[in-house]
Structure formats: structure tokens, C-alpha cells
Design a protein around this ligand. Structure first.
Ligand code: GLN
Length: 274
């Protein structure tokens, strides 16, 4: 990009290469200008190094890198979370998991909740902030993910305890009122993994490297030993995994296995109680 271009010219040039909204958000992020600044003073020259940073981001975005990784943040339930390529980018369908967990949390006094595979921490942090009487423990196998989640909890003022480890291994002998998880559930070889920015996301957060149900099987099998009587397990899954999830829950001794739709009307969350 030529030096001394104005905000307006810079934005117009970028819009030839990437989505309009993405271009605007990246330009705001690179220059520190607000949307109002861009509208009111498009003739403002773009200085350096902002111009160079912006050109680099536009090229990376055009190459398929998700906007959230370039901005270093993403919004979920009206809160801004830090994200990095070490964590999955928040998806709106995960709101369904939060809503169902909040429903179960209502009426429990001082419930203990565990979030398995917390990633950026969106589930544990949203629950901690929206149900202040709950105590939240969040686990992830990735130390880098736990560092991101810890940063998010601190910045958003959420009291969440974090531990690193494989599913239930850091909580041997402990039990909870509610277990929540958004595990990797995309089957290995699913063409979805090749599309729409997914190649930039951590593979271990997306796929179990098997049929898509491997992590769900492990969680369902181990959950009863970590639930208090009447406690609930709720987890997110693929649009075509509702029936298989309910069957796994019932086979493991859970009661009232049910599946809930996301905002797009697709099977997205299943749960049951012990
Ligand atoms: N919902 C995500 C997707 O389809 C997958 C998230 C996950 O595996 N937990 O891209």
C-alpha cells in the first residue's frame, strides 16, 4: 500500500480484497481510530507503522486467517475475550450450552461447576459471571489455552479456578453439581475441517482424530463418578450427534437424556442427570 494514503482510500483499497466489515475492524484496530473517526474524517492520513500493520493483516485475512486471530479478540455473549491460535474462536452456538447450564444452576445454592476443555474460557467465565453463587473450575490439556483463559477471567473479573490436564485427571476424587463441556467433536477427515478458517484453529480443539464421539464417550463414561446425586452433565456436540449422545448417556446410567437445539434449529447440546 502506498504511503500517505488517507483512511478512506486505505479502506476502499482493502475492500477490494476482503469483506467490508473485516476491513473496517482491522483498520480501526491498526490505527486506533473509532468507526465515528473513519466516517467523520476519512481524509486523515494513515501513519506508519499502522499502515504497514494494516496491509499485513489484510493479506493474512485474504489468505483465510480468521479475523478474531488478527484482532486477538472475539465477542461472546456481549463480552470481549482474548483469543490466540492456541484456542478455538468462540461460536454463537455455544450460547446454548450456557443457557442450559444456567437453567440447571438456578435454584442450587453455591453449586460447584466444572468446565472440561475450557479453551479461551468462555463457558466457565460466562457461567461464573452470570451465576455468581456458583464456584467454577475449568480444565484444559493445553497450558497455552489455560494461560489465555486465565487472562480472560482476570480481565473480566470472573472468579474461576484453572487446572491443566486431560479431562477429569486433575480432579480425581472430586465431585460437582454440574459438568459442562464443549469438547472436540468434529470427525477426523470431515471436510468442514478444511473450510472457513478452521485450518488456522487448534486441531485438538476441533477433532478427536476419530469418529467425532471419542471425547464425548470418555466424558460420559467418567462423569458419573464426578457428579453429586442428581447432578447434571451437559455438553455441546455436532448437529448429527444428538441421538448418539443420548444413547451414550442412557447406557452410562444417566436419566432424562435430552437434546437441545441451537439458534439455527440444529441439535447442539445434550445432557442428563445422574
Ligand atoms: N462448532 C465447531 C465447528 O463446527 C466445532 C467446535 C468443537 O469441536 N467443539 O466449527
Amino acid at each position: 500500500m502506498a504511503l500517505k494514503m488517507t483512511l478512506g482510500e486505505t479502506l476502499a483499497a482493502a475492500r477490494q480484497q476482503i469483506d467490508r466489515l473485516d476491513a473496517r475492524l482491522l483498520l480501526q484496530h491498526a490505527t486506533g481510530c473509532s468507526h465515528a473517526d473513519l466516517l467523520a474524517r476519512p481524509e486523515t492520513p494513515v501513519g506508519e507503522p499502522a499502515g504497514r500493520q494494516f496491509s499485513e493483516w489484510v493479506a493474512r485475512r485474504a489468505g483465510g486467517e480468521p479475523l478474531a486471530y488478527l484482532l486477538g479478540e472475539a465477542e461472546f455473549r456481549g463480552r470481549v475475550f482474548r483469543v490466540s491460535p492456541e484456542v478455538l474462536i468462540p461460536r454463537p452456538e455455544t450460547e446454548e450450552l450456557i443457557e442450559r447450564a444456567l437453567e440447571k444452576l438456578c435454584g442450587l445454592s453455591a453449586p460447584r461447576v466444572i468446565d472440561l476443555g475450557t479453551g479461551s474460557g468462555i463457558v466457565a467465565i460466562s457461567l461464573a459471571l452470570e451465576c455468581p453463587s456458583a464456584s467454577l473450575l475449568a480444565v484444559d490439556l493445553s497450558m497455552a489455552a489455560v494461560a489465555v483463559a486465565r487472562h480472560n477471567a482476570d480481565r473480566l473479573g470472573a472468579g474461576v479456578e484453572f487446572r491443566v490436564g486431560d479431562w477429569f485427571s486433575p480432579v480425581a476424587g472430586e465431585s460437582f453439581d454440574i459438568i459442562v463441556s464443549n469438547p472436540p467433536y468434529v470427525a477426523d477427515g470431515d471436510p468442514h475441517l478444511k473450510g472457513d478458517g478452521l485450518p488456522f484453529e487448534p486441531r485438538m480443539a476441533l477433532t478427536d482424530g476419530a469418529d467425532g464421539l471419542a471425547c464425548i464417550r470418555r466424558i460420559v463414561a467418567a462423569a458419573p463418578a464426578h457428579l453429586k446425586p442428581g447432578g447434571w452433565l451437559l455438553f455441546e456436540h455436532g448437529y448429527d450427534q444428538g441421538e448418539a449422545s443420548r444413547n451414550l448417556l442412557t447406557a452410562a446410567g444417566f436419566k432424562a437424556a435430552s437434546t437441545f437445539n441451537d439458534l439455527a434449529g440444529l441439535d447442539r447440546v445434550s445432557g442428563a442427570h445422574i
